[in-house]
Design a protein. Structure first.
Length: 307
């Protein structure tokens, strides 16, 4: 056939010459590898070349050329193409297979991923983001932390006695009402954060800081595990001078324990944008794989970051 459906997202490969194919839509590297496997089954031990437009983490577009034969391994080569503004597709729009932790880890080693155009426009960019003017419930206080993907961070704080509410969201950027796709693009400068509402009579701010340090590696710049990007940066965003003082003192104590420099930013809390409902209490609701994780107070079960 002149076109071969690859079975992933209904994307197609168009034949452009003898055993040469290009895609007619954006796809991720695992799309292409899946296609190669299908083509190898159909070929008669002849060379196959697949040219794939791939995006890097910094927004650069490359052509990934995959060459193989029925009995050989894949040969990869890269060439640059003009810059295109791009961003990752939301995990809620793709198949489970495409977004499994194992596959995501493999793709991140190459720096590739499926992208689409950003939703950010000139009218919403460079909007000054002042302080968070939301008001906590009577007798409660707010705290705000960025420690990588907000799914696992939120579950960690849900388990803390004295925490009465948690919200996953975006802050520290310059775009009004950002979407998940905007934040993942890296062009809005937002951080994935969790806003914690807590009762200071039951839970001290210092205990929340302890959870923050234990939850992530504060020495890695814009990265937590396989999650890479400015939205995953380490940050403590304070609401009061007392919180700022406690955060700085806590950082000093933590630095004496670690043998690498802490790069956590400690800044005033800015306007908080609540993330899409699908992100709220994500792991407690079942995550990607439908296996609910306990949000019970005092629970010490290991947190599975993707569910």
């Amino acid at each position: 056939n002149n076109s071969i459906a690859n079975g992933c997202g209904n994307k197609k490969l168009e034949q452009g010459g003898r055993n040469q194919f290009t895609t007619n839509t954006s796809a991720s590297l695992c799309d292409y590898v899946f296609c190669i496997r299908q083509l190898k089954k159909k070929s008669q031990n002849c060379p196959i070349t697949l040219e794939c437009p791939i995006s890097t983490r910094n927004g650069e577009m490359l052509i990934l050329k995959i060459t193989t034969t029925t009995n050989s391994s894949l040969l990869l080569s890269l060439s640059k193409i003009p810059f295109i503004k791009i961003l990752p597709i939301s995990p809620f729009q793709s198949s489970q297979k495409m977004n499994s932790p194992r596959m995501s880890s493999w793709l991140n080693k190459f720096g590739f991923g499926a992208r689409t155009e950003s939703s950010i426009d000139s009218s919403s960019s460079e909007i000054p983001q002042g302080p968070d003017h939301d008001v906590p419930d009577p007798g409660q206080q707010f705290a705000q932390f960025g420690a990588g993907c907000f799914w696992g961070v939120e579950l960690a704080y849900q388990r803390v006695t004295g925490v009465t509410k948690t919200e996953a969201g975006y802050s520290q950027g310059f775009v009004h009402n950002p979407r998940y796709e905007d934040v993942c693009s890296g062009t809005s400068n937002h951080s994935e954060v969790v806003r914690v509402q807590y009762d200071p009579n039951e839970c001290s701010y210092e205990s929340l800081l302890d959870v923050f340090w234990a939850r992530h590696d504060p020495t890695t710049l814009n990265r937590q595990g396989n999650d890479v990007g400015t939205q995953y940066r380490s940050g403590i965003y304070f609401y009061t001078p007392e919180q700022e003082k406690a955060a700085l003192e806590s950082q000093d104590r933590q630095q004496k324990i670690l043998n690498r420099k802490i790069i956590t930013e400690i800044l005033p809390a800015k306007k908080f944008y609540r993330a899409e409902e699908g992100h709220q209490q994500y792991l407690a609701k079942g995550g990607r794989f439908g296996s609910k994780q306990s949000a019970g107070k005092g629970c010490n079960d290991p947190i599975r970051c993707y569910g």
